[in-house]
Design a protein around this ligand. Structure first.
Ligand SMILES: Cc1cc2nc3c(=O)[nH]c(=O)nc-3n(C[C@H](O)[C@H](O)[C@H](O)COP(=O)(O)OP(=O)(O)OC[C@H]3O[C@@H](n4cnc5c(N)ncnc54)[C@H](O)[C@@H]3O)c2cc1C
Length: 418
């Protein structure tokens, strides 16, 4: 159905109309079949546009399966019209609210719902999280030829629903109130609603930092990588590559890629590596002849037709700009955890903003479950968790693991006062 565009809403407008591209992307990422008609090429679509006479800003028109016609809607308005999200969640008290439907959140939902807990899962955009953006995950157990993140997450999404988990996408959680004034944790959504749950699992992940480089998003997955696995290494065999970053992950990736690429041009904003990289890695890099260290440099723009062909860069010490013919650019400039919504609720984070778990309250204090945050009843799993391994397998494992702790907490807490 998805491939054939059969069923679902019909988007009417040119490729460049209003929110056309983001809406198509939103529907595709959420596994919603849809169909696009350009009024310039389709007479029925042209008739409909003539009938509704939208202004330029009101295109595309979206015709929903129930007959509703929307004018250049937001993702949330479209999701509401398609019945992807309803209002019933506001009236319920869930055993567990899971914030984030990346691998960690989906795994929590599958295991918690399959063991009889009532589960609501929220995601501000689409299921799959960062993994949903991966064209091929080759190191996930059981898929020897690899699987796209979207396919893996799509299966988990259906599996979670099969066990009764309620998926609320797109719903962004803006804040968490742990005072339990209403007898339970309260989550406030971006649309101004509140929802209640006896326990909360923070699975909001991390977003790889995107430096300010022109056209960056256009080339993500088409020559721009935040990751250096054997797939990318194969892509740049015997080619020159650019790698941006001066930390340990950048250093490890540079050493790894140097065994495959002809030359690794390592661009570092600062004037040295000593402050940001471990000594052993610096020594490895210095001993590797095909790693070129380019201090005080930064990438400023990307060019190419469909895929990346050229990188524009400059020295931070001189005004001149340069270009380098490069098909693969690796960015290792850190990741920011999505924890802004936890501010003020008592959940402690580390210096990088990642959620601390399993923190012992001094000698003799009762053992704290490994994945519990500093607020009992609030747990954290996956990339958002301080010290996590930042891998799909790790995120999924933690999702399975947290369910035992949820059972323990819910049994100890009993039913909250309603
Ligand atoms: C391009 C790419 C390729 C990768 N390839 C691999 C690979 O090959 N192998 C591997 O093991 N790992 C890979 N990774 C890493 C892997 O994807 C992550 O480790 C994994 O996705 C982490 O899962 P997570 O559920 O913890 O967080 P995420 O995947 O980050 O998901 C978090 C979700 O929470 C949602 N969210 C955040 N804040 C809120 C909020 N306030 N309200 C509601 N929702 C919210 C986000 O929209 C997101 O969907 C890759 C990552 C990227 C970016």
């Amino acid at each position: 159905l998805i491939q054939g565009g059969a069923g679902g809403p019909v988007l009417i407008g040119s490729a460049s109309a209003g929110n056309m591209a983001p809406l198509q992307n939103f529907l595709a990422r959420n596994g919603q079949p849809h169909h696009v008609l350009d009024p310039e090429a389709d007479t029925d679509a042209a008739d409909l546009v003539a009938r509704y006479s939208p202004t330029r800003a009101e295109l595309p028109l979206v015709v929903c399966p129930n007959g509703t016609v929307l004018r250049n809607p937001s993702e949330t308005a479209l999701a509401m019209a398609l019945g992807m999200i309803g209002n019933s969640a506001q009236d319920r008290l869930y055993d567990v609210a899971v914030v984030g439907s990346g691998p960690a959140g989906l795994s929590t939902a599958v295991y918690a719902a399959s063991e009889g807990l009532s589960v609501a899962v929220f995601d501000s955009r689409a299921f799959g999280g960062q993994a949903g953006a991966s064209m091929r995950i080759e190191n996930y157990l059981g898929f020897p030829t690899g699987i796209t993140g979207q396919a893996l997450a799509g299966r988990a999404f259906n599996q979670a629903q099969k066990f009764g988990a309620e998926m609320l996408i797109p719903v962004s959680i803006k804040s968490l109130d742990c005072s339990k004034a209403s007898g339970a944790f309260t989550l406030a959504t971006g649309c101004g609603h509140t929802l209640r749950a006896k326990s909360v699992v923070v699975a909001s992940g991390a977003r790889y930092r995107r430096p300010a480089i022109d056209n960056l998003e256009h080339y993500e997955g088409r020559g721009v990588w935040y990751w250096a696995s054997p797939i990318e290494a194969r892509l740049c065999a015997n080619q020159d590559v650019v790698l941006v970053g001066g930390g340990n992950s950048a250093g490890q990736a540079a050493v790894y890629l140097s065994a495959h690429a002809r030359r690794v041009n390592m661009m570092i904003r600062g004037g040295g590596l000593g402050a940001s990289m471990s000594r052993y890695l610096i020594e490895r890099i210095e001993a590797t002849p095909n790693i070129e260290l380019m201090f005080n440099t930064e990438v400023i723009g990307l060019d190419g037709a469909e895929t990346l062909e050229r990188v524009r860069w400059r020295s931070r010490l001189a005004p001149d700009e340069f270009t380098m013919d490069i098909r693969n650019l690796f960015l290792f400039v850190g990741a920011d955890p999505a924890t802004g919504w936890l501010e003020g609720c008592g959940v402690q984070v580390d210096r990088g903003g990642f959620v601390k778990t399993g923190v012992q309250n001094g000698e003799g204090a009762p053992a704290v479950p490994l994945l519990q945050t500093t607020v009992p009843g609030v747990f954290a799993v996956g990339d958002v968790r301080s010290g996590s391994v930042k891998r799909v397998g790790g995120a999924i494992g933690e999702g399975a693991q947290v369910v035992a702790a949820l059972h323990g907490y819910l049994a100890d807490a009993g039913s909250p006062t309603l």
